[in-house]
Design a protein around this ligand. Sequence first.
Ligand code: ZN
Length: 503
Amino acid sequence: MPEPAEAMTALRERLGELDDLIQAAALAGWDQQTYMPPGGASARGEVLATLGRLAHARLTDPGLVALLAALAQDTGLGDVDARLVAAVGRDADRARRIPDRLVGDIARHTVVAQVAWHAARAADDFAPFRPALERHVELRRELAACFPEVAHPYDALLHAFEPGLTTERLRKVFTQMREGLIPLLGAITARAVPPPLPGPFPVARQRELALQIAAAHGFDTEHWRLDLAVHPFVQSLGPSDIRVTTFFDETTLTGLFAVMHEVGHGLYERQIDPALARTIAGTGTSLGIHESQSRLWENLVGRSEPFWRHWHPRLVQAFGAAALGGEDLEAFLRTINTVRPSPIRVEADEATYSLHVILRFELEVAMIEGTLAVADLPYAWNAGMQELLGVHVISDRVGVLQDIHWAYGELGYFPTYAIGNIVAAQLWTVIRRDLPALDEDLERGDTLALRRWLGDHVHRHGRLRTSGELLMDITGSELDARPFLRQLELKYGALYGLEGHPR
Ligand code: ZN
């Protein structure tokens, strides 16, 4: 074995090439969703499959594994190197323990299942998708069995997105959330729903304003791009190249909020320590923490009164008072914070969103446990929607078939969306304590102190700290839904006059 310093250099060389493969795949994937003509799909599929195979081979290469094992024994490593070795070690271990045969089966079945899902959606009938989902559940059970040490098989699926989190912990937190949200929702929905903004909001002006807000949140043309995509997303190609996408619709301002959301994701990637570039640790530590950053900017900043004290006059200037239903800031805030249970997750507001996620989590766990047969899923879905949101689901298309995630076999992914809400609120409590002048900053359109705080406490670490470690370091607590519930109660209490609401 080489000397420790040489071993670290050798590790970084290997990681550099592995990261380059991952970035090349990311660029091809970004292009696929933005500029690629539809006819390029099958050729692009081959490119992505090859890059994926090469990256997997490098990550499971015996030379890398031996290097990691030797370095893991080395007590003389500095903190950054030791954490890097641990993070890469976790990836390599997970990749090695899932047999190539199973990876191939999952990839092949995913192609079949997507076709079945599209057909089922077109027919508005779950039945044609059922066998495909049954096979996905079987394959995920097989995958979970590769990790016999976990307490619950669903933990193994969760760990692909949220390393270290357990089903047991998540159940507790989601129960806490559900018990707080349902009565709050009852109190809010007893009030009159504010009328929607009249519009129109011409797309060119929305884009201009979105870019102004993005610039105030750290977007600059040297390191960022804004493009259009049907489903908004962000792709980073390392900390110096951040690609945001959105979708503008003249009748609503959702494209503007999508930009705030995606810029929040992008800022995380942008503020990662540049020394972590080309190490595979130079990205967000988990999907839940990533989503906490987007929700923080979209909801806690972007739907707040101080923020709009600065931006509302600019909105009026851009679109005219008539498009906004008048110049009243209070009325505008009530409208952009409207709570209305709906059957569709991606259209859900801040208060109902997490209930959509809790339903999916409960159904996924039951399918993996075998206590819910896939054949009974539509019935369980509809009953759950009624129970959690009081929503009557009229058909499979707006019910159990609405999301593509299960067509990909992605069980364990949905919880990260609600974890984002929870973590954002936990961080916000500490941020408000550390930055007492934050409201005044936001009223001036100034986000520098907030960005610096997030950079120092969350972003710069990349994947060197797990989500659990990060939360504990910053908040002194595990995942906890109470700050989220408290903040919603305060906000809606003020907006809707719910002070007397018992809880
Ligand atoms: Zn997001």
